[in-house]
Design a protein around this ligand. Structure first.
Ligand SMILES: [Ca+2]
Length: 293
């Protein structure tokens, strides 16, 4: 109950940040309130063309470059406008310290990653190696839930002004490798322009924030969301608060990771994995509904 009151208090404070002018030096609320509004989910034909160009740039000279086709991005189409009710979303990915507190309280399952790999262990690093269901358990323990896929994309692409709804990355339209912890597909060419070869402490890229001030939506760890994956879902998606297919075998994750090439850090990119997957690239953040979805 104490935790619920803390979340409610944070949500009440969040509108003070709506103007986006608060410097990041001050202590910001841990939960950002995203107001009700619209977002264009997915990719229009010109967005797919841009994604293919980015993919070819990422994979320049590799045999995999041939995979940079419309098919790779088909699940992002058609672009469609959806309305999303107000919700709260963690400003950062859930950290290993926060997750450890839940484990210590007996409410969460220990991560299978981190304790055995020093490169991936650290209190302010995002937790990885938890399944989608274990991520749900953590969020429930703090009075939240995993965001829907629509909420995640609203947080990454939406904004108070209509002109903000189409941005490709949380910070804007153009790729900038200094604004997110990303990777490359060739290990020997691991990206160095972001300062981290593996996980970065959360909130390491304040200039990569979304219009709402959400951090690390692109990169660092890919983030589980609540929805089942269906590559054709956007053709039949409800236009108000879509919650994904009712059944499936794969869950969606979003945002790309420290190991992902730039095209996978696009806000429209949809990853998918069996819900029991525990991976070094997969973490999460929690959402807080005005009413639960
Ligand atoms: Ca992320």
């Amino acid at each position: 109950m104490l935790r619920l009151r803390r979340v409610a208090a944070l949500l009440a404070l969040a509108p003070l940040l709506a103007a986006g002018s608060t410097p990041l030096r001050v202590r910001l609320p841990a939960v950002v309130r995203v107001p009700a509004g619209e977002v264009v989910m997915g990719s229009a034909p010109e967005d797919v063309e841009a994604a293919i160009r980015l993919c070819r740039h990422d994979l320049d000279g590799l045999p995999l470059e041939q995979e940079c086709t419309e098919e790779l991005f088909a699940s992002e189409t058609p672009a469609h406008r959806v309305r999303v009710s107000a919700f709260g979303l963690d400003r950062t990915e859930v950290t290993q310290d926060a997750y450890a507190r839940c484990v210590a309280a007996g409410e969460c399952v220990p991560s299978v990653v981190g304790a055995t790999d020093a490169r991936l262990a650290g209190g302010t690093l995002p937790v990885v190696g938890v399944s989608q269901r274990e991520a749900q358990q953590y969020c429930a323990s703090v009075g939240g839930r995993l965001p829907t896929e629509a909420e995640w994309e609203r947080g990454a692409r939406g904004g108070a002004r209509a002109a903000m709804t189409g941005r490709t990355f949380p910070w804007g339209s153009g790729w900038d490798g200094r604004l997110a912890n990303h990777g490359r597909l060739v290990r020997t060419l691991r990206a160095t322009d972001d300062g981290y070869a593996f996980l970065a402490p959360v909130a390491s890229y304040p200039d990569g924030a979304s219009p709402f001030g959400l951090l690390d939506l692109a990169g660092n760890v890919s983030e589980w969301v609540a929805d089942w994956y269906d590559r054709g879902y956007y053709s039949t998606s409800p236009r108000v608060d879509p919650t994904g297919p009712t059944v499936g075998s794969l869950r969606v994750f979003r945002g790309g990771s420290f190991d992902s090439p730039s095209f996978a850090l696009r806000s429209a990119y949809r990853g998918m994995a069996p819900e029991g997957t525990r991976d070094v690239q997969l973490g999460f953040r929690c959402a807080y509904g005005e009413e639960s979805r």
